[in-house]
Design a protein around this ligand. Structure first.
Ligand code: CP
Length: 318
């Protein structure tokens, strides 16, 4: 394959390339049927060394909706990883079977190692506390679709900002757009890492850090809630102490703007009360739907099949 590309980090694509990708995703949203044979004969492998519902199933649905097929494992204990096979060897094997691979791994950098040994495109479907690029693409598409733009808004990120890879990926991605103000809401133990605030400082991007959500919710255009990441804690005691630190409920939503959208990468535990689900500002299940469209668009793009399916208007953007 010529010019083979992987997706390790949302910054792997330029802002213009992302705009084109999102245009394709929105076109898929409106014309799903027109895409139903674009990947006839193609195979997606999903190699998940860590639990997942949305990411794995949306990748598989994406390929099935494009007319392709899927294979893979959802539990590394059922793969030869349990016998000691390296990620590098596994991807060499998968390259013999599939046309594209989505990989989730608990170790930061593992999908990058796979990409370096692969002869097919590899998509990082989440690596430890590091990056979750396709969640970020989902988040950006959701924001663009709901707000009409990826510029000039205030976004609050609330919860586990230390271990949350979706948060780290999204902040990085949003730094490329104009007029974004970040409000970080977390207990001090789960503050956003220093390397991120240092990066924001170096780029002159404004942010504030607070502990109480009630103090800032009224100024937000988006509130990105996150789960406290039990699996990344070193001890159970700290997790139990912090797990219910934030619970977004109807009372707090009364302090928010009429058009403040709530996002969440999901899964949710307790941090958003189910009573909020019926609020028209709750966008987290719509976000899951956008995740399907953007993964379909990404598969087409990485398989270099965009020319084959795009309409003239979209084609000119590439
Ligand atoms: N948002 C997300 O990554 O969900 P899963 O862990 O269920 O894939």
């Amino acid at each position: 394959m010529n010019n083979m590309r992987h997706m390790m980090n949302p910054l792997d694509f330029t802002v213009d390339e992302l705009e084109a990708l999102f245009d394709v995703a929105n076109d898929i949203e409106s014309n799903m049927e027109a895409y139903s044979h674009k990947c006839d004969g193609k195979i997606l492998a999903t190699c998940f060394y860590e639990p997942s519902t949305r990411t794995r199933l949306s990748f598989e649905t994406a390929m099935l909706r494009l007319g392709g097929k899927t294979l893979g494992f959802a539990d590394a204990s059922n793969s030869s990883a349990a016998k000691g096979e390296s990620v590098a060897d596994t991807i060499r094997v998968i390259s013999c079977f599939a046309d594209i691979c989505a990989m989730r791994h608990p170790k930061e950098g593992a999908p990058m190692v796979a990409a370096s040994k692969s002869s097919i495109p590899v998509i990082n479907a989440g690596d430890g506390g590091h990056q979750h690029p396709t969640q970020t693409l989902t988040d950006l598409l959701t924001i663009r679709s709901l707000y009409g733009s990826l510029s000039n808004f205030t976004i609050g990120l609330c919860g586990d900002l230390k271990f949350g890879r979706t948060v780290h990926s999204l902040i990085n991605a949003l730094t490329r757009y104009e007029g974004i103000h970040f409000v970080f809401v977390s207990p001090k133990e789960l503050r956003v890492p220093d390397y991120i605030t240092e990066m924001l400082d170096s780029k002159g991007i404004t942010y504030e850090e607070v502990i109480k959500l009630e103090d800032v919710i009224g100024k937000l255009d988006f509130l990105y809630m996150t789960r406290v990441q039990k699996e990344r804690f070193f001890n159970e005691e700290d997790y139990i102490r912090l797990k219910n630190f934030y619970i977004l409920d109807k009372a707090k939503m009364e302090l928010a703007k009429e058009k403040m959208f709530i996002l969440h990468p999901l899964p949710r535990v307790n941090e958003i009360s189910v009573e909020v689900d019926s609020d028209p500002r709750a966008a987290y299940f719509k976000q899951v739907q956008y995740g399907l469209y953007v993964r379909m668009a990404l598969i087409l793009t990485l398989l270099d099949m965009t020319d084959a399916h795009m309409n003239e208007g979209l084609l000119r953007k590439f």
